[in-house]
Design a protein. Structure first.
Length: 375
């Protein structure tokens, strides 16, 4: 089922987002998907075309079409199966969504235009019919080649999905939803720890995919050490889990953990350094630059969430009875580049909001704890 070259390309251009069917239900996974563009007519015999030109053209096509191109000849198969081609294809992908329902655990693809949002997208929970989705926009069901209903969707990276079962020692799966190829990642049982959570990332420098998992230690006796989370990492292809230290327990959240510039990002509630990141290159947890105005007022009751807008890390922040403020870090890692970009009034304080898309029309698509909506 798995070959190193063929597994990584082509892929759906996914960027994970989570929302909820209801306050008590597990999260829905929302992702990016490729768009469609036509190949231009050319006079040069296509089999004699230079590789860089071929990649530039073919990387703009739908993934399902690219799969057919790989069958033309061995040279094309090798070229279009390279991770660099998958990256080029991923970077050119316009936004769409992949949504998972709670009860049926089906996956649905939604195409979304860039210029405006003309329809309302609503995910609701129907007690009579289980989870139901009501859309006024085109909806396509995505068929997978593995038993999705038995697995949880943890995250995605560069178009590949990470799946598994929570709180068990069963294998994780890295899955390419276009080629339907997958790789099983066995877990090493380490008692007295319990398997807790897992994330997926990519190191841009080494071009390696890595898995980060947390192991939970719970004391059973008074004399036992206190509760703690231990981090382990595996480079995909090695089948070796390496312990890299403890994880601050207050990093963990049921909400989406953004992956950007080779790192994961969490909200941390303790201290002024309330954003933490994990860099897949140096394999370290570290404080991340925060918007300075929030630090000065952090003692007030507030809600915060992280997301990605137009390739930039963003933070939503709302005081009780106050407007929702969206900060955007225009230059990754530079504290001075945080900008207060949006202030939205009359937003409920009971949810953590996740910006998904800023449209040319000025509209913002966001996710909240109970439903998807367009503002």
């Amino acid at each position: 089922m798995y070959s190193r070259k063929g597994f990584f390309a082509p892929v759906l251009s996914f960027e994970c987002w989570f929302s909820f069917d209801s306050l008590s239900s597990p999260p829905i996974l929302l992702c990016q998907r490729i768009g469609i563009s036509a190949m231009k007519k050319i006079r040069t015999p296509i089999l004699e075309m230079p590789d860089d030109i071929l990649v530039n053209i073919v990387s703009r096509l739908p993934a399902k079409v690219i799969l057919k191109f790989r069958c033309v000849c061995k040279t094309w198969l090798n070229l279009l199966s390279q991770p660099d081609f998958a990256k080029a294809h991923f970077l050119r992908a316009p936004l769409g969504f992949l949504i998972r329902t709670h009860a049926l655990k089906d996956l649905h693809v939604i195409e979304l235009g860039e210029n405006e949002l003309t329809e309302k997208l609503d995910v609701s929970d129907d007690d009579d019919a289980g989870s139901s989705i009501h859309f006024d926009i085109p909806l396509e069901t995505l068929e997978l080649g593995i038993p999705l209903k038995t697995l949880d969707l943890f995250s995605s990276c560069n178009g590949l999905l990470l799946m598994g079962q929570k709180y068990t020692w069963k294998p994780f799966y890295i899955y390419n939803p276009i080629t339907r190829e997958y790789k099983a990642i066995p877990q090493t049982v380490k008692k007295p720890y319990e398997s807790n959570r897992c994330w997926f990332g990519f190191s841009p420098k080494t071009k390696e995919f890595k898995l980060l998992r947390s192991l939970l230690y719970l004391p059973f006796h008074k004399e036992d050490p206190p509760i703690k989370f231990v981090a382990e990492i595996q480079t995909v292809g090695t089948n070796l889990w390496r312990t890299i230290g403890e994880i601050p327990s207050d990093l963990f959240s049921p909400f989406y953990v953004p992956f950007l510039s080779g790192a994961l990002h969490w909200i941390r509630r303790i201290g002024d350094e309330f954003i933490y990141s994990f860099d897949f290159e140096n394999e370290k947890f570290q404080p991340f630059p925060t918007p300075p105005i929030i630090v000065a007022e952090k003692q007030k009751e507030s809600q915060m969430g992280l997301g990605i807008l137009r390739g930039c890390l963003c933070l939503t922040h709302q005081f009780h009875n106050g407007p929702l403020v969206i900060w955007v870090m225009n230059e990754y890692g530079l504290k001075e580049s945080w900008t207060k970009q949006f202030v939205i009034s009359n937003m409920s304080y009971h949810y953590i909001y996740k910006p998904v898309r800023y449209m040319k029309s000025g509209e913002i698509l966001m996710l909240c704890g109970e439903r998807n909506f367009i503002y």
